[in-house]
Design a protein around this ligand. Structure first.
Ligand SMILES: [Fe+2]
Ligand SMILES: [Fe+2]
Length: 320
């Protein structure tokens, strides 16, 4: 059976009509050129994020305090590889050469959030990543699950959502446990000091600067970036307050929303993992520049993923 090609794509009007009738988009030949490009873009971000979270988490999992703890971290890494596989598989069904995408792309061209370019250097940092980053993954993917018009992704996200819930609970329970003694509490505070704002940044440009384009119209997203930031903070800020960990945000009764209490966005010193808050806020253009340049672990983490295939090709060439 021949795969649908770009020639069989629908017009924009036909796709919007289908969406307004609340029919799902199931295959490539239900899509228009804009829908296809938008879906490829959002799936690539999702797939890359899941994929690179694996080496990022592994980098810290080796510091697990027990074999049991190491096992739970590896189970999470295995889930993340499964999530990546789902998203790349959907991309392949849309005609993308995923072998090239995963194994031959330049590290700086990967589309995962900047937060994963900053090394998690301890078990405590991995636990906070589960509580913060997996909570962000859960927030963004729940939004996609509720609003996406692409049927195959929506069905696949039922499983992904359940597993992300396990990851973020692992983080929250881990934080409660580490918080039980004074040195653990201090370590948590240190991790939160650099990881909180990196998570907040992850949602992207504020609504006032963002052009939504096709994202809302085609049902790629339900909530705006600012709304997603609020959803994330509505779980994370109370968790930290409960543990008496300071975060630069609080709920403002008069505005009925969470507000950030420090200069934001800000410059970040990736080497010392420190926000340069004393310099005051920077612009979102500065943030985009930092993201585009990528951070210290980009090449190493992408290299860990790409290395296996290169080694296999070398071995096959030796045998030939
Ligand atoms: Fe995941
Ligand atoms: Fe996760």
């Amino acid at each position: 059976m021949a795969l649908p090609t770009v020639d069989t794509l629908q017009s924009e009007e036909a796709v919007l009509e289908r969406i307004h009738k609340q029919h799902m988009i199931e295959t490539l030949d239900h899509m228009s050129p804009l829908y296809l490009e938008g879906m490829k873009r959002i799936l690539t971000v999702s797939a890359d994020t899941e994929l690179i979270s694996s080496p990022a988490y592994y980098h810290a999992a080796v510091h697990a305090p027990s074999l049991n703890a190491f096992g739970s971290a590896v189970a999470i890494i295995q889930d993340e590889l499964g999530h990546a596989h789902i998203a790349y598989r959907l991309l392949r069904d849309l005609g993308v050469d995923t072998e090239q995408l995963i194994f031959e792309r330049e590290p700086r061209d990967f589309k995962y959030p900047y937060a994963f370019d900053i090394p998690l250097d301890s078990w405590t940092e991995l636990i906070v990543a589960n509580a913060f980053y997996d909570r962000m993954g859960y927030t963004l993917l729940s939004d996609v699950y509720q609003s996406t018009t692409f049927g195959p992704w929506k069905r696949a996200l039922v499983k992904v959502d359940k597993e992300e819930t396990f990851h973020l609970r692992h983080g929250e329970q881990g934080m409660r446990k580490i918080n039980q003694d004074r040195s653990g509490h201090e370590e948590l505070q240190k991790a939160v000091d650099w990881m909180f704002l990196l998570s907040i940044e992850w949602c992207g440009l504020p609504d006032s600067l963002k052009k939504h384009g096709e994202q809302l119209e085609y049902g790629f997203k339900g909530h705006s970036n600012d709304e997603l930031r609020q959803i994330w903070m509505s779980s994370t800020v109370p968790l930290c307050e409960h543990l008496q960990i300071k975060v630069p945000a609080h709920y403002d009764e008069s505005q009925q929303k969470y507000v950030i209490d420090c200069p934001f966005p800000s410059h970040f010193d990736a080497e010392s993992k420190r926000w340069l808050l004393e310099d005051g806020p920077c612009t979102w253009d500065d943030v985009m520049k930092r993201w585009k340049a990528r951070g210290p672990m980009n090449e190493q983490f992408v290299g860990m993923v790409q290395r296996g295939k290169r080694e296999m090709i070398r071995l096959l060439e030796q045998d030939a």
